[in-house]
Design a protein. Sequence first.
Length: 131
Amino acid sequence: EAHLATAEEGDSHFGLGVIAIELGELGAARTSLERALVIFEARVASGNLGAGMDLAKTHARLADVALGEDDDEAARTHVLAALGINPDQPAVWFKLYQLALSAGDEAEARRALGEYEARKTRAEAGMAMDR
């Protein structure tokens, strides 16, 4: 674990963040995920476009941390960042739906739910084709 904590590998920091979320250690999760975010942002800035997907998943997990801390504004910021990078994430659309409902924004909630359902259906169809 000490190696992972000092490694400059975004996936290591991301993995530690996910584990910390599962353990309910939100401060540690935020620290690890924010470090992963910096690493992935640097990769994207240097032209590694594949790191964009890593950036999107990290924003999605930072949204989970923010939700756990009852910080809907930060959660929304991370959800929108994740969707801006990769809009084909049904679970992230569902998070936006929940945030919109909580904020009383029925129009955005309906739109997010529609996006969630459409992408979930596409993902399920893709999985069925893989069988």
